[in-house]
Design a protein around this ligand. Structure first.
Ligand code: NAD
Length: 253
């Protein structure tokens, strides 16, 4: 089939489906100016050592790493980013009643900004809107910590217990929230159509979700510029830029 026929076929499956699950990765946000990790312009493709520095163990052990991380957050590309045509198309898909659950590995909050219902979004790797204490249960808007960093505290400790503060993201080496994984598994086995978008499908356990969906009888579509380990099993693979592809797809639904 030509890519256009593949796109039409996918739109038809979505129209006929009673449950569509979408799973997004960093690739949907590159057109909003946030680099991915493993794409050609990815943070880790350009600096492989950065992957080692991104672990929870390194963050907890090193006050310098924490100071660098908080300083980086002051000028992070996340703060100025806005949803692009791909995010907006997924909000429209939900508006058409054709997106039951949106599993995202992204921490940028752009699906929320685009207008998807927060109850349908599962942020499996957390988010950068909040901070959390790694010692007690303290949590809150990250802006409160950033204000302290701007005022000169390099590594602000928890105001309740003195513990280490961190953004409410899941670092490598950190456990995922059990509830998020269970909800993602439910969304995957319930799907008639499962669409993996802008993800290299290399980060587990999230990368297992397409397999769960397939084994439960779903049609699997992969929309990603580069090959993924699941391309051979997918019913449709499309490699166009997501900011162009997703609006076309949603218009056909
Ligand atoms: P990844 O970096 O491993 O893969 C991204 C994929 O998207 C690549 O294969 C790339 O070819 C593709 N891609 C990039 N731009 C595209 C475009 N415009 N159109 C089509 N395809 C495009 O990302 P991942 O699988 O999400 O895993 C990385 C981990 O890093 C995740 O845990 C994620 O949370 C985190 N991360 C998040 C952000 C964010 O929140 N925006 C940014 C970087 C990394």
């Amino acid at each position: 089939m030509t890519p256009d026929n593949d796109l039409r076929q996918l739109a038809e499956w979505i129209r006929d489906a009673s449950w569509v699950t979408v799973m997004t990765g960093a690739g949907i946000s590159t057109e909003s100016g946030i680099p991915d990790f493993r794409g050609p312009e990815g943070v880790w493709t350009k600096d492989p050592e950065a992957e080692k520095r991104a672990t929870l163990q390194h963050y907890l052990a090193s006050p310098e790493a924490r100071a660098k991380s908080w300083k980086g957050r002051l000028n992070s590309p996340f703060s100025a980013a806005t949803p692009n045509a791909g995010h907006i198309a997924l909000a429209e898909l939900e508006g058409k009643g054709k997106l039951q659950m949106l599993i995202t590995q992204n921490i940028d909050g752009l699906h929320h900004q685009a207008g998807n219902d927060p109850n349908r979004i599962i942020e499996v790797h957390g988010n950068v809107r909040e901070f959390r204490c790694m010692n007690c249960t303290d949590r809150g808007p990250i802006e409160l910590v950033l204000q302290r960093v701007r005022a000169g505290e390099e590594d602000p400790p928890c105001k309740s217990c003195g513990g280490v503060l961190k953004s409410a993201t899941i670092s490598f080496g950190q456990n995922l929230e059990r509830d998020d994984i269970e909800r993602s598994e439910m969304a995957s086995v319930s799907a008639d159509v499962f669409i993996a978008i802008g993800t290299s499908l290399g980060v587990y356990p999230v990368a297992m979700m397409p397999d769960l969906a397939l084994r439960s009888g779903a049609k699997l579509a992969i929309l990603n510029a580069e090959p993924t380990p699941y391309d051979g099993e997918a019913h449709v693979v499309l490699r166009e830029r997501l900011g162009t592809l997703l609006p076309r797809l949603v218009e056909m639904v």
